[in-house]
Design a protein around this ligand. Structure first.
Ligand code: NAP
Length: 272
């Protein structure tokens, strides 16, 4: 009788340990140590802040840029000074061959990438009647197609690892039109569709896909745009890049948020 009671108690303890272990395993990660991230357009602004914040959270980081080699090298050096590994790679992420070269270089140096931040983007404020077919195509290629190209290139690594975080930097422009133009708004709305498409298809594979929609974060993109004024923002000021990077770290460490758009916009657009 006593033997049976002991057996049942041991069994119950075993089950409890299994349940609590699986619960613990699913808690948000407190560190990204051992993970490799790639941030596109990380030489300045939002991308720079996200690259540094992911490194601070423990990740090794691939720093991509298009033109500003010196600024990108400084980001790489700051990551290494923080005790993480980094590689800085020039590539135009709107071009397949350059994406392939970029990812190969990062994987060769740092290992398989499982955290991707599609941040690279351009904004050309234009009068609506001035936007040409060429302008429209360029905006879609750089802001939207690039996110598709880099994600597709990295999916095999994420699937093999049964872990992935796809974070797409969209914009409030996708929701309210914004201050750049319809070509920019369309490219950013496309990123939200891309996010939903990947989130839906990858949801059982340990891979999440989310978007962050900032508004008027004080970077070169905003200070160069005469239509961007702090009084457009309900909180009455421009946002700080760290207010976006903290949302990116949250998404990188959380496995239960997927298919969402996190709005970092000072209250400009309020979601339900
Ligand atoms: P930013 O200061 O102009 O920086 C843009 C970054 O993208 C730079 O690192 C630039 O590289 C890189 N880049 C541009 N085209 C590229 C390409 N074809 N291939 C690789 N890299 C490329 O812009 P930001 O304000 O930080 O914006 C970052 C992202 O947030 C963009 O997608 C933007 O649309 C989005 N966003 C920004 C705001 C905002 O208020 N700032 C609001 C909503 C959304 P180089 O330095 O080498 O040129």
């Amino acid at each position: 009788m006593l033997g049976a009671a002991n057996f049942l108690s041991t069994l119950a303890k075993g089950i409890l340990i299994i349940i609590s272990k699986s619960t613990l395993d699913n808690r948000p990660m407190t560190t990204l140590s051992g993970k490799v991230a790639l941030v596109t357009g990380a030489s300045r602004g939002v991308g720079r802040a996200i690259a540094l914040a992911l490194a601070e959270a423990g990740a090794d980081v691939g720093v991509n840029y298009r033109e500003r080699a010196k600024e990108a090298a400084e980001v790489g050096a700051a990551i290494e000074a923080a005790g993480r590994r980094a590689i800085v790679v020039q590539a135009d992420v709107s071009k397949t061959s350059e994406v392939d070269r970029l990812v190969s270089a990062v994987e060769q140096r740092l290992g398989p990438v499982t955290i991707l931040v599609n941040n690279a983007g351009i904004a050309r404020p234009q009068q609506v009647e001035e936007i040409t077919e060429q302008d429209f195509d360029e905006m879609i290629r750089v802001n939207l197609k690039s996110a598709f190209l880099v994600t597709q290139r990295l999916l095999p690594s994420m699937r093999a690892a049964h872990f992935g975080r796809i974070i797409n930097i969209t914009s409030v422009a996708a929701q309210v039109g914004g201050v750049v133009g319809p070509h920019y708004a369309a490219s950013k709305a496309g990123m939200i569709g891309l996010t939903h498409g990947y989130a839906n298809l990858l949801v059982r594979e340990g891979i999440t896909a989310n978007a962050i929609a900032p508004a008027l974060i004080e970077t070169d993109m905003v200070t160069a745009n005469l239509r961007a004024k702090p009084d457009l923002i309900p909180v009455g000021r421009f946002g700080h890049v760290d207010e976006v990077s903290s949302a990116a770290v949250m998404l990188a460490t959380n496995g239960y948020i997927t298919g969402q758009t996190i709005n970092v916009n000072g209250g400009w657009y309020m979601s339900s």
